[in-house]
Design a protein around this ligand. Structure first.
Ligand SMILES: Nc1ncnc2c1ncn2[C@@H]1O[C@H](COP(=O)(O)OP(=O)(O)O)[C@@H](O)[C@H]1O
Ligand SMILES: O=C(O)C1=C[C@@H](OP(=O)(O)O)[C@@H](O)[C@H](O)C1
Ligand SMILES: [Mg+2]
Length: 185
């Protein structure tokens, strides 16, 4: 059956959410390339606006300003179609961001187990101010607490034991199947 009014499904922007370091930026970029869409990384947009890396924004201007900018950047970009957008792991702490994304975009939660996540810490610790100065136990507590904000999404993809390219391929194939199922041309 062909649903003639379902073409919006194929046009919706895709938003990636999940904890720091799960691969939102890496996988988002790969998915965008495979779908021939523009890729937007919200942290990169904020860094461009301030002309400095996130850690420096947190240190010099403060987290509050970062979060305000995060909200305005996401609110503006989420209304656009055909994008692939990777959020920062703390964006869904703000209810307004959560609502605007869930209402306008296809929200995909990238899930990774704590066991696998902790092997990745050395890759990200220097560039993630939220992790700095915390013990591993404190980071584990934050990891589990943060799962609450990702609980509402449209789709969840487990990323354990797969490389970013494989995950991106799986996401794109699943999207194509879903579009076909709904008769989207
Ligand atoms: N599936 C994966 N397997 C192994 N390493 C990964 C995977 N996805 C991302 N990475 C690595 O983990 C680090 C964090 O990835 P990144 O995409 O920046 O995460 P996020 O945007 O969610 O914080 C990077 O060094 C990246 O190369
Ligand atoms: O979880 C968070 O509070 C943050 C996550 C980071 O993005 P990634 O999830 O891409 O690391 C970045 O937005 C900032 O350092 C704060
Ligand atoms: Mg990122």
């Amino acid at each position: 059956m062909v649903y003639r009014d379902s073409s919006f499904l194929k046009e919706m922007s895709i938003v990636f959410i999940g904890f720091m370091g799960v691969g939102k930026t890496t996988i988002g970029k790969a998915v965008a390339k495979k779908l021939y869409r523009d890729f937007i990384d919200i942290d990169a947009e904020i860094e461009k606006e301030y002309g400095m890396p996130t850690s420096q924004i947190f240190n010099q201007i403060g987290e509050k300003a970062f979060r305000e900018k995060e909200k305005s950047v996401i609110t503006n970009l989420c209304s656009q179609k055909m994008k692939v957008i990777s959020l920062g792991g703390g964006a869904f702490l703000q209810e307004e961001i959560k609502q605007v994304c869930l209402e306008n975009c296809l929200v995909i939660f990238l899930d990774l187990s704590w066991e696998n996540w902790k092997d990745r810490i050395s890759l990200i610790i220097d560039s993630r101010p939220v992790l700095q100065g915390k013990s591993l136990d404190e980071i584990e507590e934050l990891f589990y607490k943060r799962q609450e904000i990702y609980a509402v999404h449209h789709s969840k993809v487990s990323t354990d034991n797969q490389d970013a390219e494989e995950i991106a391929e799986y996401i794109v194939e699943s999207l194509k199947l879903a579009w076909e199922l709904y008769g989207v041309k």
